[in-house]
Design a binder for this molecule. Structure first.
Ligand SMILES: [Zn+2]
Length: 284
């Protein structure tokens, strides 16, 4: 009996320790802002959706600026990832081409901070002749080296049929193929050598890789080019995919992933009253 009691105590302690480790939330920084998307809303959908699914606390680095050169609060601060386990890039900074700024954005990832990249992040930080295939390591290829895929544009907004492949089993476990509502299919100029395909998308005759991983100098990076409209971003299937990609990127495949039932989001942005507009360029 005494032996059994000791074993139970040991087991209890072990379980207790595990729970304590599991209780420590991941820390993430979500970067949003720039052209062409409802980031004011999407930043909250992503924060809520991911915090409901995994043990994570998401801080937001957001700019309300709608240009292709949004003054994101991370610019000029190469240590912006300090204290975070992962950075989620959801910015649309297509016109930011200053090599110094780009080097600063990449700095934490070069040092080993994993990344998740969504939709227009793929079309950000472009310089030089980015429409032709860039060579790995080229001056204008540094962002693509990190992303693992080069894309330059998209066609019309139409549903995308998404089909998963089993190259990184943790990410696709329990994930089912689905067809989006109106979405943008980002083209593939090239898929770089260290990338692994997670999903392919088809929009009529147009086909492209729409989710993938990258090994960036030993650092894990997960990306999906899906995510233009709020209705897609708030789709539980999208949020489940991003949550799984994130856990894989931070090597926390052990962490519990909850699938919320009947979750809802506020999808519609209300226009701001005129007096308040433009007053607050940056929100935490
Ligand atoms: Zn878009």
């Amino acid at each position: 009996m005494r032996l059994l009691a000791s074993l139970l105590t040991l087991a209890g302690l072990a379980a207790g320790e595990l729970t304590a480790a599991d209780k420590k939330p991941l820390r993430a920084l979500l970067i949003t802002g720039g052209c062409c998307h409802d980031y004011a809303k999407q930043k909250d959908i992503l924060k809520q959706g991911l915090e409901r699914r995994i043990n994570i606390v998401i801080d937001q680095a957001h700019s309300d600026d709608k240009s292709t050169k949004p003054p994101l609060p991370i610019f000029g601060k190469p240590d912006y990832a300090k204290g975070y386990d992962i950075i989620i890039h959801d910015e649309c900074a297509a016109g930011i081409n200053d090599p110094k700024i780009i080097a600063g954005v990449l700095a934490p990832h070069r040092k080993g901070v994993p990344g998740v990249n969504l939709h227009c992040a793929m079309h950000s930080y472009r310089s030089g002749d980015f429409r032709k295939p860039v060579k790995p390591g080229a001056d204008n290829g540094k962002w693509f080296d990190y992303i693992g895929l080069q894309s330059t544009g998209h066609g019309p907004q139409q549903p995308i049929e998404i089909k998963f492949e089993n190259n990184v089993p943790f990410i696709t476990k329990g994930v089912e193929n689905w067809t989006t509502q109106r979405e943008e299919l980002y083209n593939n100029v090239q898929v770089l050598p260290n990338a692994k395909v997670i999903a392919r998308g088809a929009q009529g005759n147009r086909k492209a890789v729409v989710a993938w991983t990258n090994n960036y100098e030993g650092t894990r990076v997960f990306s999906t080019s899906i995510g233009h409209n709020n209705v897609t971003v708030a789709d539980p299937r999208y949020l489940n995919l991003v949550a799984r990609g994130l856990l894989w990127a931070v090597k926390r495949e052990d962490m519990k992933l909850v699938k919320p039932i009947n979750e809802s989001f506020d999808l519609n942005s209300k226009p701001k009253p005129k007096s308040a507009a433009g007053k607050k360029k940056h929100q935490n």
